[in-house]
Structures are given as structure tokens and as C-alpha cells.
Design a protein around this ligand. Structure first.
Ligand SMILES: *Cc1c(COP(=O)(O)O)cnc(C)c1O
Length: 348
């Protein structure tokens, strides 16, 4: 946004490394990470494992690789996994769970959350003709549910139930940092019930590249082999790992600012005739805006002409995301968007 003058509210992935982060990256000590010899990657893996309260961690190229390697490590071909409505691992990973993992995803619950009863009803009985239900995946915060934060009591309840039923537990924690700040709960407390947790450095934290998988030493050893198999073994990756370390150290607390900005935008939009925003559901850095009677593509086009970028999340649904690179301009972007929607709604 700084270069183009546009206020980019499409995604928190659009952030660019700050000068200080670039400095840390440029001066990173590096080595061959496939040989386990990159000191910066090792330091990142130790740092993130400690933050999430797990024995070990593995640096991977993307959140998609983090999710898919986690699934591969804990399922067999023909298994079934239980996922939330709109789960990233089923919606945005190019069908990898089926194509690479050989598992089918079954959606449970509503709005990104589910209950023990939802799990109970979805578990297939044991017989040769049923798929084996082997894993439950939660997403926190939940992207398609508008940055929804899992209530801790419910998270603990459903994970304990899944554990008792012998299911493996995966957390897609691409935005666990946002969940932690929003709920006032330490990342390791959110991560505690899970066997595997994938986290992103390239979303709200503002690093240019990278994610990590955290779990037991044995699980991470299996994941390291699978990462290589998928072509994710990187060599002097310390250059990018340094950006992730910098982000963990400097950009976590500031996520509260993004959440404030998202709430301010939601409030402004909620006052617009023709806009539907559920202010109460804005718990982190994502706002979902519905524009009944006005196509999302028209809103996007008019907003772009007015200097604001947003993305479509349905035929008449827009997603707005706040982040580091718009911390001073996001609210103004929301005002511009509000005017755009008001005008379009009047014409509709
Ligand atoms: C962005 C995201 C991912 C990973 O995306 P990549 O683009 O592959 O890094 C995973 N889960 C959720 C919920 C996400 O929002």
C-alpha cells in the first residue's frame, strides 16, 4: 500500500518486511538446513516450539504445507478427517488432503465451530466398508467464519472428547497469534490439547515467508521426512527464518491494534444502509461484509477506483482484513468502503 497509495485490506498476507526485519534477514547466520546446519532455522524452531509448549517444531514453506504434512503424518489413505465448515485445509489447499493425503474431509458444525455431539455423530463405526475416522482439525482463528476465536471452554471440551475417542488432533493455527491476543490466552494454552499445530509467520506477524509445525519429537521427525518428500527441504533458509524470528519477537503484541481497527471498520460499516455486518462476530482482524442485492465484484471494483482493495468471499460477501501495513490507514479505508457501499446500495 505504501508504494501504490492503495489501502490494501484484501489479506494479512500482503505485508512487506519492515526495514528492521530486512536488516535481521540480511545479517542472518545460515547453513544447509537439510543437513540440520542452519543455526537461524534451528533457533526459530526452538523458539516456536517453546512458545507453543511442544517438544519440537519444523519450519515449512507455507501454512498449506504445514497443514498437509501434519495430515499426512497422522492419517492413512482412505481415512476420514473431521473439519469445520469452511476449513482452510478443505477450501484453500487445492484439494491436497484428497490428492496427496488420500483422505476425505467431512464437515462438522456451523460457522467454524463444532461440539462433541457433532464429532460423535460423524465418527464412522468400525467395519470394512466404512472409512476410518482418524483425525479432527480445528481452525483458530477461523478464516471463513470471519476471524472467529474458539471459546477456550468449548475448545477444551471438544478436544478432550476427540482424545477420548482415540482421534488425532490437529490445530490450523495460521492465526493462533491473533487468537491468543484476542482471548488473552497464551499460545501454548491454546495449543496444549493438540498433537500437531501449524502456525503462520506470514500473516498478521508480517514476515515474508514461512510457517511451522509444532508437536512431539517423534511427530516432527516424521514431518521432516514428509517435508522433504514434498519438496519442502530448504537449504540456507535462515534468511527467511530470521524474518519469522523478528516477527515473533516484535509483532505479536501489536495485533491488538489490528483487532481495534477491524472493530472500528465493522462499526462504521454497520451504520451503512445496504451493508450487513455482525459487529459482535468481529473478534480479531477480519470483517465480513454482506451487501444484499449488490454483487461483491461491483463493490470490489468501485472500492478499487476509490483507492481501497478488498476481496470477495461469496457472491454478495466481502472480506476485509487489517494488518501491519495498514495500521494507520485501515480505518480510513473502512470509511471509503462505507461510502462506496452506500452509493451502490442506493442505486441497487
Ligand atoms: C493462510 C492460511 C493458511 C496457510 O496458507 P498459506 O498461504 O499456504 O501459507 C492455513 N490456514 C489458514 C486458516 C489460513 O488463513
Amino acid at each position: 500500500m505504501a508504494d501504490s497509495g492503495l489501502i490494501d485490506l484484501r489479506s494479512d498476507t500482503v505485508t512487506r518486511p519492515t526495514p528492521a526485519m530486512r536488516q535481521a534477514m540480511a545479517s542472518a547466520e545460515v547453513g544447509d538446513d537439510v543437513f540440520g546446519e542452519d543455526p537461524t532455522v534451528c533457533r526459530l524452531e526452538e523458539t516456536v516450539a517453546a512458545l507453543l509448549g511442544k517438544e519440537a517444531a519444523l519450519f515449512v514453506s507455507s501454512g498449506t504445507m504445514g497443514n498437509q504434512v501434519s495430515l499426512l503424518a497422522q492419517t492413512r489413505r482412505g481415512d476420514e478427517i473431521l473439519v469445520s465448515e469452511g476449513a482452510h485445509c478443505a477450501w484453500y489447499e487445492a484439494g491436497a488432503a484428497a490428492a496427496i493425503g488420500g483422505v476425505q474431509a467431512v464437515v462438522i458444525g456451523k460457522g467454524g465451530l463444532f461440539t462433541s455431539a457433532d464429532i460423535e455423530q460423524a465418527i464412522k463405526p468400525q467395519a470394512d466398508w466404512y472409512p476410518r475416522t482418524s483425525l479432527v482439525a480445528l481452525e483458530n482463528t477461523h478464516n471463513r467464519a470471519g476471524g472467529r476465536v474458539w471459546p477456550m471452554a468449548q475448545l477444551l471440551e471438544v478436544t478432550a472428547f476427540a482424545r477420548a475417542r482415540g482421534l488425532a488432533l490437529h490445530l490450523d493455527g495460521a492465526r493462533i497469534w491473533n487468537a491468543s491476543v484476542a482471548a488473552g490466552v497464551a499460545p501454548k494454552d491454546i495449543a496444549a490439547p493438540f498433537d500437531s499445530v501449524s502456525v503462520c509467520f506470514s500473516k498478521g506477524l508480517g514476515a515474508p515467508v514461512g510457517s511451522a509445525i509444532c508437536g512431539s519429537r517423534d511427530l516432527i521427525r516424521a514431518c521432516r521426512r514428509l517435508r522433504k518428500m514434498l519438496g519442502g527441504g530448504m537449504r540456507q533458509a535462515g534468511v527467511i527464518a530470521a524474518g519469522a524470528i523478528y516477527a515473533l519477537e516484535h509483532h505479536r503484541d501489536r495485533l491488538a491494534r489490528d483487532h481495534d481497527n477491524a472493530r472500528a471498520i465493522a462499526k462504521r460499516l454497520a451504520a451503512v444502509e445496504g451493508a450487513r455486518v455482525d459487529e459482535g462476530s468481529v473478534e480479531s482482524n477480519i470483517v465480513m461484509l454482506d451487501t444484499p442485492g449488490v454483487a461483491a465484484e461491483r463493490v470490489i471494483e468501485a472500492a478499487r477506483a476509490a483507492g481501497v482493495l478488498v476481496s470477495a468471499f461469496g457472491p454478495e460477501r466481502i472480506r476485509i482484513v487489517t494488518h501491519l501495513d495498514v495500521q494507520d490507514t485501515a480505518v480510513r479505508g473502512g470509511e471509503v468502503l462505507a461510502d462506496v457501499v452506500a452509493k451502490l446500495a442506493k442505486r441497487a
